[in-house]
Design a protein. Structure first.
Length: 125
C-alpha cells in the first residue's frame, strides 16, 4: 500500500475495536497490522486524488451505475484483524451495502463485493 506515512504513533499493537474507539471519527488515521498511522497528505497528493475522483464520478454518472465515491469511510479487510485503512479513492457498489454489517452505523466496509475500485496515490514524503 503506497500512502504518505511516516512513523506509527504508538508502540503497542492496537485492536480494531480500540482503534475505532480512539480514532474512528477522525479520517486522519489508519490502522495497519495493529499500528496507528497519522496520514498527512501533501497538497499535490490531494490534487491527484481529487482528479481521479472527478473522472470516476463522471463515468459513474454517464453509465448510470449504482456506485458512489467513498468520502470518509474505512475499509476493513475481513481476513486481516488489526487493519482498517482509508483509501485515497474508493468506489462502492450501493446495491451491496445491505450485506455490510457495519455500514449503517459506522461507514465501515468489510466485504470485497461492496468495493469496485480502490486507488492509493503514491507520495514522495
Amino acid at each position: 500500500m503506497a500512502v504518505a506515512i511516516d512513523q506509527p504513533i504508538q508502540q503497542k499493537p492496537v485492536s480494531f475495536d480500540e482503534f475505532l474507539a480512539r480514532y474512528g471519527g477522525d479520517n486522519r488515521y489508519e490502522l495497519i497490522d495493529g499500528e496507528v498511522f497519522d496520514l498527512e497528505p501533501t497538497g499535490p497528493h490531494e490534487e491527484v486524488a481529487a482528479f481521479i475522483t472527478a473522472k470516476l464520478c463522471v463515468q459513474i454518472d454517464r453509465l448510470d451505475l449504482p456506485w458512489f465515491v467513498l468520502q470518509r469511510g474505512l475499509l476493513r479487510p475481513s481476513s486481516i484483524g488489526m487493519t482498517g485503512f482509508r483509501p485515497d479513492v474508493a468506489i462502492v457498489d450501493r446495491s451491496e451495502l445491505s450485506q455490510e454489517p457495519l455500514w449503517a452505523e459506522q461507514s465501515i466496509l468489510t466485504l470485497g463485493s461492496s468495493i469496485k475500485f480502490v486507488a492509493e496515490v503514491v507520495s514522495s514524503n
